[in-house]
Design a protein around this ligand. Sequence first.
Ligand code: NAI
Ligand code: MG
Length: 369
Amino acid sequence: MTEFTIAIIPGDGIGIEVMEEALKVLKVLEEHEQDFVLTMEEFPWNSDYYVANGRMMPENGLETLQAFDAILFGAIGDARVPDDVTVWELIMPIRKRFQQYVNFRPVKSLPGIKSPLASGDDIDFVIFRENAEGEYSDSGGRMFDSQASELAIQNTVMTRGGIERIAIAACDYAVKNGKKKLTSATKSNAVIHAMKLWDEHVKRVVAEGYPGLELESAYIDALVAYFVQRPQTFEVVVASNLFGDILSDLGSGIVGGLGLSPSANINPEKKYPSMFEPVHGSAPDIAGKGIANPIAQIWSAALLLEHLGREDLSIIIIKAIEKVLIEGEVKTADIGGSATTKQMGSAIAEKIKEQYVTGEMGSLMHETN
Ligand code: NAI
Ligand code: MG
């Protein structure tokens, strides 16, 4: 019997809409799998909660979440609350307290989805973004408010231990998945303290533990151009918090957009729950219209199941997504169709049911690897 407890945080805007579809898919799996039980509890921690309570989550919010096996997160962001408040009072505390120092973001061409790049086929790499320190730090401050001499200092925090563990996670993944090359995003020619430490320890980790792995170190400004010019040459990319954040949206853009891109915030030691969420935000421009693409959220749920040791179920979900995209009859607006969020979620749920009826399992994506 596998039984998991999952905390559900839909958030704001389309986060709420796409989460419904992910839950629809998880329910179908639960109905069809014997000995597979999900105990899910939903937490309404979002901008409404902030307006009512003056905070994004209760004081004991993190203690509450810690009791769960994993967290499935939608997206947050709402015009009534400053973005730095929603991010720093909800997402950042979860990532940092639970030592979710790996942000894992696959970038993969999907069947039936055309890349905006002229030569954008067969893209298949992953980004390991450092997720607990680096440029996203609250170290610093402001002085001389509203005066001509007004200033702000924002400190980047890079530690040997922090660099080492993200590099190890990326290398371990590379070796486990038969990848030959690790690309490290840097800017040590200009950011001479933090990024030089980054370079030194990424290099050391590879040299000491992964001699078979080729290390390509690329300046971030050149690297963004390479992402567009030769995306097929990347296998595993390791990057600091800020660089990884930007690279992953670009990665998402070259394979068809934010509606398709999942991510995982992982605590590899499994001491704390990991959190799974789409790369996208709450998309206020389309929120409430019921037209958001739920694939990124549903795929994030697949990553969650894989992390909990049910890769078999993750594959069933991904295969269903692929089938819907290959058929091409149900497509949301972001990928050139007119289907609603619910129609897309239901189409994927139906494909999962079909797999149980026909007994045909195993991912097309995995087969073609
Ligand atoms: P966004 O990701 O919400 O939207 C960017 C663009 O992509 C928009 O045009 C949107 O309509 C489109 N898009 C995003 N997801 C889509 C989907 N599933 N289907 C179809 N189209 C989709 O980023 P933006 O506009 O920069 O931020 C909006 C709000 O979201 C802000 O408040 C921001 O702080 C927040 N945000 C939250 C994140 C999170 O919860 N982890 C991540 C990024 C942004
Ligand atoms: Mg981002």
